[in-house]
Design a protein around this ligand. Sequence first.
Ligand code: ATP
Length: 338
Amino acid sequence: MYKISLITGDGIGQELSESITDILHSISDKIGLKLEINIVEAGDGTLKKTGKALPDSALDIIRRSDACLKAPVGECAADVIVFLRRALDLYANIRPSKSYPGMTSLKENIDLVIVRENTEDLYTGMEFEVGNSAVALRTISEYASKRIAKYACITAGQRNKQKKVTCVHKSNVMRKTDGLFARSCYQVAKNFPDIVFENMYVDACAMNLIRQPESFDVIVTTNLFGDILSDEAAQVAGGLGMAPAANIGDDFALFEPVHGAAFDIAGKQAANPSSFILSAKMMFEWLGMKHDDAMSLLVARKIEEAVYGVVSEGIKTKDIGGNKTTREFTQHIISKLI
Ligand code: ATP
């Protein structure tokens, strides 16, 4: 049995959590992969109620679980997810973008993964006001850069597609920080002779993701660039509503949609839960590999087939051209799944 902690979040996080809870119960009751779901409250609502966006009790539940599913949180994202990534040393942020039949995407054969360094860069929160100016410190270390480069090279090998890693940075301008990142990635890639390693400046990458997204396999990049490029890649492949992500460390992992709390559509049953459902698929894949558990790997495959089976039959939420509510879409996934 796996203990899954579930952060229900804010905005559409509530609807997405309802959807994922129904799906997890179906998996546990009907497919037989036993799951215990522990609800964790964190986010803007929790801040209002308790004075803390992520109370200590929430962190305890997460630490005691086998993996965490996190719905989007609102304005206090930095106090929840940025904090958790650092506190649990979830150093690799994995964001796949894939085009599927039935989805509107810029090109038909997109299948790429962004491997984003998750603990450093401008996201460490070291910002200061100096007179009428403000200063932010950007930290890039050889240790973290090499660790993420190794993860990217292993991922490219396991995917067995183009076996290519594109290292994205801006070392021509940020010579010290991005210079160190690019150099570290190059040194690590030398240990993977089967992997084709290339460098690309971030502005060129932003352009090429639109011009020829199918040319990418694995992109490895720093925290801020990875955050921005993965939203772009998600949109290119089919929209934010279809975009899952994983935050992975050596012992623990947390899975969440790429997008935020989308307050503009919250409470209207208009959210596409696929982003969260595909994040759960990544979770079962990770649990399956970690525990050598064929059942969990099977569930991961079934979830992906269910999502893309449903979508290719034209059953879609509004964001991807359909008319199904979050709840209706979820019920179709469940009937395909079991
Ligand atoms: P953040 O800065 O936290 O990423 P944001 O406010 O910039 O959040 P998102 O919440 O990520 O933006 O989403 C941008 C827009 O995309 C939303 O306003 C919403 O219209 C749409 N969107 C995002 N996720 C979904 C979803 N799961 N289903 C349908 N539409 C979505």
